[in-house]
Design a binder for this molecule. Structure first.
Ligand SMILES: [Zn+2]
Length: 350
């Protein structure tokens, strides 16, 4: 059962022994400066990780994407990068690789063998399959405007289980032995909980089977559609500068980050969907360098680890600022209310 997990962990050791870019960047992880803080009762961390600059500052407008070589396609790989091909039961093939710009000591990318746009539709069952095949990992997905630095190539990532504060707190709150954490989750529907505090518009789906997880996920997408996409799909001047002139029609799914794992004790599938309003917070685009903070929230940030690649942003960010950044990029309060009343207005979704 853990064959795939063993295979990719061996691939990581092999690549680290080659002494190239990956070994340099994984060694550098021990130098990453960290700050701990508590936001709404959750212990979150801030990492100063200079090697992540390409992701934090990634330009993902159409022109940039068209003119660069895709780094998830075989042609765009560095010579020392290894790949392991895996075919999911739905027949889609993926390459598993060591993430060359790690946040975690074990950090992998899982990208489709063919170059196709970043989109959840048709890929959730694969994500759940990887969650089952890699029991020591969380699998995550960053939507095209929600931190993905390759929005043109469908991919997931895998990080060690229990690294992410929100995943850990969710498991703790669901544990029958848990005495705390009852404020962390509010039940909305059988198998659907709202995650309270730190971010808004975050929903935890719980299911003992993959099939039911897919139904819960579609139901949640319907609830999100009921709230309309509105302002989140309008482009501000700063976005036009940073993200080219993509029109609203170019967004093909609600802005979201998704995190999936399989709980080792209950064997349940657990999936968190973080609905998003903004791609990046206003402080990212601030003209006054004194006020500018370079942070690009993605699944890892939404889950309680914020990554910055500049020393200045690391110094400036405190619990108060980080908390307001996370709320700013999360789904608006009004839309959350519509999503939740849609969910609670249904007795069943079948
Ligand atoms: Zn590609």
């Amino acid at each position: 059962m853990q064959q795939l997990q063993d295979t990719i962990e061996k691939m990581l050791s092999r690549e680290l022994n080659l002494g190239g870019r990956a070994s340099f960047n994984y060694n550098a992880l021990s130098q990453v400066k960290k700050k701990e803080m508590t936001i709404d009762g959750l212990n979150v961390r801030l990492h100063f990780n200079p090697a992540r600059v390409a992701s934090v500052m990634a330009k993902v407008d159409e022109k940039t994407l068209r003119e660069r070589k895709c780094f998830l396609c075989p042609d765009g790989l560095e010579s020392m990068q290894q790949s392991h091909l895996w075919k999911c039961s739905g027949d889609t093939e993926y390459f598993l690789r060591v993430n060359p710009f790690p946040i975690f000591e074990r950090h992998f990318t899982i990208s489709t063998a063919v170059h196709k746009r970043q989109e959840m539709k048709g890929h959730l069952s694969d994500m759940l399959e990887f969650a089952a095949l890699l029991p020591a990992y969380d699998i995550f997905y960053n939507g095209p405007k929600c931190g993905a630095s390759a929005p043109d190539h469908m991919h997931f990532q895998a990080c060690p289980k229990d690294s992410l504060p929100v995943q850990k707190a969710s498991d703790r709150a669901l544990s029958p032995l848990s005495e705390d954490g009852h404020d962390f989750l509010s039940p909305l529907f059988p198998g659907i909980y709202r995650i309270n505090g730190y971010v808004r518009g975050a929903y935890l789906l719980v299911s003992s089977t993959g099939d039911r997880m897919e139904k819960l996920f579609s139901f949640l997408m319907e609830a999100r559609a009921a709230a309309g996409y509105g302002r989140s799909m309008e482009l501000s001047a700063s976005r036009i500068f940073w993200e080219g002139d993509r029109r609203i029609e170019d967004e093909w799914e609600p802005r979201m980050n998704v995190l999936s794992w399989r709980d080792g004790f209950s064997a349940e599938f657990r999936t968190i969907v973080y609905f998003r309003e903004e791609s990046r917070p206003a402080c990212f685009f601030e003209e006054d360098p004194q006020k500018r903070i370079l942070i690009s929230p993605a699944s890892v940030e939404m889950s309680g680890i914020a990554i910055v690649s500049s020393a200045d942003s690391f110094e400036k960010l405190d619990a108060g600022i980080l908390s307001s950044v996370m709320k700013e990029v999360s789904l608006s309060e009004d839309k959350c209310a519509v999503v939740e009343s849609f969910i609670q207005g249904h007795k069943t979704f079948e």
